[in-house]
Design a protein around this ligand. Structure first.
Ligand code: FAD
Ligand code: NAD
Length: 475
């Protein structure tokens, strides 16, 4: 193996590995160094997303949803099942198989794109040199014209509830549980808390979520957040807002959580406690002396809008830099950087990044919430279409939630789209494309949507923005 590359990427998660692949496609010589090791001790590319995040969580979400539907919904369809039972070990084996296939896929993609995949640790030194410590402990110094830092993020640990496996666990631990705890506590009603809380709720746990903020999902459109709160309550997820966790103690086989809210001090006793209170950028042992790369007060590597650090030829992408901690945001940054290094055009449209919460029902949005548009002072119109009025949703027994479009009053530009309902995470793609092309609500109104599809809800929401919906009352 050569010690000199056009590009070295440190970190092989969803920000780093696409950067490496695109650099290879651009005919640059490239190495990607990644130190991720799974619980079996094996190295694997893919970072948090493939090994302990997006992919395993969605595998369990799917399984738990099927279990729930088999028990609660099939009878309505006229499908009678008796003796439905849960085999969490098999569920976990299926999940592990999906993770393995996904991470091995990266190794194959690296080969095809001519990327040198290196397992082990990478540390940037001055002068775009990289100290590489191999899986066997061997050390080498590599050099590159460009270095892309993609070291990702790790869960935030709370002083009041430090991790203590197997009782007080992070999201990875929550994905590895081998049985549904009878009583499950979750700290944080953010994306992870809601997704994993709902997985284990569907698999039988009593779930209590303690959230510090006084409102649920403040980053979402508040009409959506209100509907989400209603649905989670109906599912039996007990979300307690405005709580301050003071301590979490392991007592025998249980965890006792002390917290305060506006009504006073309380204790909650659970069998397992998931701490999902956010993630922080990870830059441990990433930067040697004198690299000149700057870190901001919150621990993020400082970059400009094109992911350049202040150091010539050193770039940073993904969760270790500002912006939402999302796999698809990191991927686009990685691709942008690899294209710019090759002298091609590269850009990330930070205004049009979709967000999806994979609960049931799913929640998805892109662009500004109604509240943000209102605060901006721009006059706007709203189109809301309820899924109970959508034929496909009714046929799927998923007739709940709505699609909502916020469009400008003056030029009709779509400013934001918010969906809570079946397959919201898939449906939002149309809105993303529309906004990427600066579409108006009239553009969506004049676009033919196949019938009967869930996507018709978006079409009708666009029509509703001008009080011209066909399949629902225009209010
Ligand atoms: P990471 O995925 O964290 O990858 C960084 C990699 O760099 C790791 O493999 C790490 O070991 C390696 N590394 C770090 N330092 C070094 C070093 N010095 N040398 C060598 N290697 C190093 N996002 C979504 O968009 N959709 C989802 O559905 C979703 N679900 C999630 C579910 C969970 C439970 C969690 C925890 C996260 C989820 N996320 C989701 C967030 C998503 O996983 C992250 O945004 C994404 O993984 C960030 O990608 P990254 O490449 O920046 O970092
Ligand atoms: P988050 O920021 O979404 O939510 C953390 C929640 O914990 C917040 O509501 C916060 O107010 C609360 N909190 C913080 N400290 C607390 C305390 N001491 N007591 C009670 N509540 C407290 O973070 P997360 O859910 O941990 O997820 C981390 C990142 O991973 C997010 O940025 C998210 O974008 C990403 N992620 C994305 C997806 C997805 O795209 N579907 C899924 C999972 C994770």
């Amino acid at each position: 193996m050569s010690d000199t590359f056009d590009v070295i990427v440190i970190g092989g998660g969803p920000a780093g590995y696409p950067a490496a692949i695109r650099a290879g496609q651009n005919k640059l010589t490239v190495a990607c160094i990644d130190e991720w090791r799974n619980r079996d001790g094996n190295y694997a590319f893919g970072g948090t997303c493939l090994n302990a995040g997006c992919i395993p969580s969605k595998a369990l979400l799917e399984s738990s949803e099927l279990y729930h539907r088999a028990r609660e919904e099939f009878a309505v369809h006229g499908i009678k099942l008796t003796g439905v039972s849960l085999d969490v070990a098999q569920m976990q084996r299926r999940k592990a198989g999906i993770v393995k296939a996904s991470t091995q896929g990266i190794t194959a993609l690296f080969k095809a794109a001519g990327v040198t995949g290196l397992h082990g640790h990478g540390k940037l030194l001055s002068g775009r040199r990289v100290a590489y410590t191999g899986a066997d402990g061997s050390q080498r110094e590599l050099t590159a014209k460009h270095v892309v830092l993609a070291s990702g993020s790790v869960p935030t640990e709370l002083k009041s509830a430090p991790f203590k496996d197997p009782y007080i666990i992070d999201s990875w631990g929550a994905l590895e549980l081998q049985a549904a705890p009878r009583r499950l506590g979750v700290i944080g009603a953010g994306v992870i808390g809601l997704e994993l809380g709902s997985v284990w709720r569907r698999l039988g746990s009593e779930v209590t979520v303690l959230e510090a903020l006084p409102e649920l999902l403040p980053m979402a459109d508040q009409q959506v957040a209100k509907e989400a709160a209603r649905q989670f309550k109906k599912q039996g997820i007990d979300i307690r807002l405005g709580t301050q966790v003071r301590a979490a103690k392991i007592l025998g086989d249980a965890v006792e959580v002390s917290y305060e809210d506006a009504t006073g001090a309380h204790t909650l006793t659970v069998d397992r406690l998931i701490v999902a209170a956010g993630r922080r950028p990870y830059t441990g042992e990433l930067l040697g002396e004198g690299t000149g790369v700057e870190i901001d007060a919150r621990g993020f590597i400082k970059v400009d809008e094109h992911c350049r650090t202040g150091v010539e030829g050193v770039w940073a992408v993904g969760d270790c830099v500002r912006g939402p901690m999302l796999a698809h945001k990191g991927k686009e940054e990685g691709v942008m950087v690899a294209d710019m290094i090759a002298g091609r055009y590269g850009e990330v449209n930070y205004k049009v990044i979709p967000a999806v919460i994979y609960t049931a029902p799913e929640i998805a949005w892109v662009g500004q919430t109604e509240q943000q548009v209102k605060a901006s002072g721009r006059a706007y119109k709203l189109g809301v279409f309820p899924f109970p009025a959508n034929g496909r949703a009714r046929a799927m027994e998923q007739a709940l939630g709505f699609a909502k479009i916020v469009a400008a009053q003056d030029d009709d530009e779509i400013l934001g789209v918010h969906i809570i309902g079946p397959m919201a995470g898939e449906l939002i793609a149309e809105a993303v494309l529309a906004m990427e092309y600066a579409a108006s609500s009239e553009d969506l109104q004049r676009t033919i949507h196949a019938h009967p599809t869930l996507a018709e809800a978006l079409h009708e929401a666009a029509l509703a923005a001008d009080k011209r919906a066909i399949d629902a009352l225009n209010r």
